[in-house]
Design a protein around this ligand. Structure first.
Ligand SMILES: [Zn+2]
Length: 387
């Protein structure tokens, strides 16, 4: 239940190290030898350059390895097409080294064409050898760890409601299995972080992120300025929303995520556990109100302009439409519809081919459904306007 000074001391050293533009070792820490750390890093990079994924994985700490061969980046998604060029085309310079007892860090600058990218690499000692590790893994050490049936929750802050989190994590897996026919996954790692710390800077200003390839969720712990009931609800909803992404992305049917598929992916996650920490009913109610005011765009527009409007709004319309389908069709048809986007990302065609009918007809049926719906918003969120 207690936190250690790990995070603040790491942040202190980040500051300290960033003041120094040159490579240097803090000799008072004997546990890391900078030249050994550098050789580990170089070994890793040369394995990557020769496309030796298994060889590259040897340089990662065993707990981080799980079942994927190569891990990379601070948050440790495996190498993907976006980051591979860093290693093949860039000139990399190590600009600083900082050891801090538990771990050490290399700051690297990659020069690619006219672009410079700064990146940190973290190492921990494993049986006396420095091994690459992702930052969250390091930060989670010494913090509260609770287990649920399908994995672990790392709570990088103080949190009095871990029992609720365990229940929420278990139920997310079960709900996704029941509704979407997606099997449970084991060894999920859920990192709950306090966004007032710099950890979330790596994610941008978003409350949560899923890294399905690594079985990993990172999401925000609600602010203590809320009531305890609200805090619990927000933290659980955020975590569960991201868990849906992890659970869906590992299945054949939902695996790839072309950008326009967010209609289905975000729609499903929002329909089940809301978004931004607020439950779906809050969004559902707002959609209902806006429909009565005649200001809800057509489904065709929602689909086409998904990223052009407030994200909460797009997520809410997608979720509301999927909820309508879920109540209207049998489970198999509903799942078939959601999965159809995987091979054919086209709302008009999938409505036609799987549900049988044109989008405009379904659009008006959706509106009728929402208008007559009895939506119960929990009292703690009564009157809340998410967009
Ligand atoms: Zn999402």
């Amino acid at each position: 239940m207690k936190t250690t000074p790990t995070l603040s001391s790491i942040l202190f050293f980040i500051l300290l190290a960033s003041l120094s533009g040159t490579f240097r070792a803090f000799s008072q820490f004997q546990r890391f030898d900078s030249s050994v750390v550098l050789s580990v890093y170089n070994g890793y990079v040369s394995a990557l350059k020769s496309k030796d994924a298994i060889g590259a994985a040897q340089f990662w700490n065993t707990e981080d390895k799980r079942h994927y061969p190569v891990y990379d980046l601070v948050l440790a998604p495996p190498m993907d097409s976006m980051f591979i060029p860093l290693y093949f085309n860039a000139t990399t310079t190590v600009t600083s080294f900082a050891a801090m007892g538990e771990c050490c860090r290399l700051e690297l600058k990659h020069q690619m064409g006219g672009q410079q990218i700064t990146e940190n690499r973290w190492f921990i000692n494993e049986n006396g050898d420095p091994k690459l590790a992702n930052l969250l893994f390091i930060l989670a050490k010494g913090h509260q760890l609770v287990s649920f049936r399908y994995g672990h929750i790392f709570i990088l802050d103080t949190c009095s409601y871990d029992k609720s989190l365990i229940k929420a994590a278990d139920s997310a897996v079960i709900v996704v299995q029941k509704m979407l026919g997606v099997p449970p996954r084991n060894n999920m790692k859920l990192y709950l972080v306090n966004s007032t710390t710099s950890v979330l800077n790596y994610l941008g200003s978003i409350p949560g992120r899923s890294i399905p390839m690594n079985n990993m969720v990172i999401s925000d712990i609600a602010k203590s300025s809320m009531s305890l009931d609200q805090q619990i609800d927000v933290t659980c909803n955020l975590m569960q929303h991201e868990m849906v992404h992890v659970l869906l992305a590992d299945t054949k049917e939902f695996g790839v995520d072309p950008l326009n598929e967010r209609f289905i992916r975000e729609g499903l996650a929002t329909m089940l556990f809301g978004t931004g920490g607020l439950p779906f009913s809050v969004f559902d109610k707002t959609v209902q109100t806006r429909m009565s005011q005649g200001i809800v765009p057509s489904l065709a527009e929602v689909y086409a302009d998904f990223w052009k409007r407030n994200v909460n709004e797009s997520y809410a319309y997608a979720a509301s439409f999927l909820d309508f389908l879920h109540h209207t069709f049998d489970k198999r048809t509903f799942q078939k519809f959601c999965r159809a986007f995987q091979s054919h990302p086209n709302l008009v065609d999938n409505v036609q081919n799987v549900l049988g009918g044109d989008l405009d007809t379904f659009d008006s049926s959706w509106r009728k459904f929402v208008q007559t719906k009895n939506i119960i918003v929990p009292t703690i969120w009564a009157g809340f306007q998410p967009f």
